[in-house]
Write a protein that binds this ligand. Structure first.
Ligand code: SF4
Length: 442
């Protein structure tokens, strides 16, 4: 008699870190903020630099949604409260997988402890936070990059032939009327560029192209749902010209307007043509208006090119947003003031400021650690809001002062949400005469 021994499938829960641990500067899913209710200037400064708040866009846990779509036996928990997470881990799971960033490392370790106390046998780790030094001593397995295929075979003992695209919608109030939602679309995961400051080249050095069939299925579903606007979530849309061309044809076929993240060099000279396919809004890394920084960071753009592309976008009525990094190695206080002055003349609707952060997976972290330039080993501070290194030309206080100055002084008059929160800062300061002036006023 033949006995077929079937391996029992593991019961797996995948979770993000709890909502209270999500930094205000990062995407805040579904959180409504009323500036009139904020009671401190410090909190206002954070909100005034919050992409979710400024753009009226929230970011679901996309990675987990993809995993659920492709590995249906797993359960997922998106941005739970701590109590909810505690309760979930009492439900007899064999494995807890935690998706986290470096700044949430301490929270992820706490989650692992809670889960083990509640009887979960294994704790796995995924996402950028897995590069945090010491991670392997806290988690039973570590997954680098997009783990859909690896997890499918580990959990369900099956192969993924083609990644399935989940249907995900989100409010996007800076471009859509209240109540209307945009559909998320991924066409390629990963980025082929190698900007020095960016961790994506380490996290996902190869690109994974989603099939045109799957992309069309997602677009057709969105169309049926009455969705008219697509938020393309790729790290760098248009990085693969042939694939992008086919996606553009589909976007046009389904009559979608769309937003994407991309690069200056991929957009320049193409705006009018892209607009024919529904191009409506773009997010780009401006990073610096200092050409020496842009060259060192291998960004493939100059301040002149940045000017030209933003003007081209404005001429074609494409709305724009971008990130700007403060504290890159060539920055000084006077050079930053000059660069921020140039930046304020750029026709860009939303700018998010980030303090340069040498994340532990970047080569510069090792170099600076050896050179004694890393001043903070508290991973909570690796969030783009804190100064965690000794800058060659600026003190910590000077850099923080420039950060506040930039948030309060460089913004588009068309950005209604930002104006509201800046007005709130003024009101708070006027109502409390003893309140110390923020750096931007000195
Ligand atoms: S293009 Fe963007 S995602 Fe790609 S390496 Fe540069 S900063 Fe990172």
């Amino acid at each position: 008699m033949d006995f077929i021994v079937k391996k029992k499938r593991k019961k797996v829960l995948l979770s993000t870190v709890p909502m209270p641990e999500i930094s205000m500067v990062n995407q805040v899913p579904g959180r409504k903020i009323d500036p009139a209710k904020i009671t401190s200037v410090e909190e206002c400064i954070k909100i005034a630099n919050n992409e979710s708040f400024l753009g009226g866009r929230s970011q679901p846990a996309i990675g987990l949604r993809f995993l659920k779509e492709n590995i249906p036996s797993v359960d997922i928990l998106e941005f739970p409260e701590w109590g909810e997470f505690n309760d979930a881990t009492k439900q007899g799971y064999d494995v807890l997988g935690i998706s986290f960033y470096t700044t949430n490392f301490n929270a992820a370790v706490k989650m692992a402890g809670i889960a083990r106390e509640n009887g979960v046998r294994e704790v796995w780790a995924g996402n950028y936070g897995t590069f945090t030094p010491g991670a392997s001593s806290h988690f039973d397995k570590i997954f680098i990059g997009y783990p859909d295929r690896e997890l499918k075979s580990l959990i369900e003992n099956e192969k993924i032939d083609a990644i399935r695209h989940p249907i995900i919608t989100t409010p996007f109030s800076s471009v859509l009327p209240a109540g209307e939602e945009a559909g998320y679309l991924f066409t390629i995961k990963g980025c082929r560029f190698k900007c020095e400051f960016c961790c994506t080249k380490i996290f996902s050095p190869d690109i994974d192209i989603l099939s045109i069939k799957e992309i069309e299925r997602a677009l057709a579903t969105y169309k049926e749902m009455g969705i008219r606007y697509i938020n393309i979530g790729d790290e760098t849309f248009l990085q693969h010209r042939t694939h992008a061309r086919r996606v553009l044809e589909l976007l046009k076929k389904y009559g979608m307007k769309w937003f994407c993240s991309s690069r200056v060099d991929l957009i320049t000279g193409n705006v009018r043509e892209l607009a024919r396919f529904g191009f409506d809004s773009v997010y780009m890394g401006i990073e610096s208006m200092n050409d020496a920084n842009l060259l060192d960071q291998k960004k493939g753009q100059s301040s002149d090119k940045i000017y030209r592309v933003f003007s081209e976008l404005r001429e074609n009525n494409v709305s724009t947003s971008g990130t700007y990094i403060l504290g890159l190695p060539n920055d000084t206080v006077p050079s930053l003031k000059e660069d921020l002055d140039k930046l304020s003349r750029l026709p860009v609707n939303i700018i998010i400021f980030i303090i340069f952060t040498p994340y532990p997976e970047l080569p510069i972290y090792g170099e600076w650690l050896t050179g004694g330039l890393i001043t903070s080993h508290n991973w909570d501070e690796y969030d783009g809001l804190h100064v965690v290194f000794r800058h060659p030309h600026m003190s910590r206080e000077e850099l923080m002062g420039i950060y506040e100055y930039a948030i309060c002084n460089v913004y588009s008059p068309y950005n209604y949400n930002k104006r509201r929160v800046l007005q709130r800062i003024k009101k708070l300061q006027n109502s409390r005469p003893g309140m110390p002036a923020m750096a931007h006023e000195r």
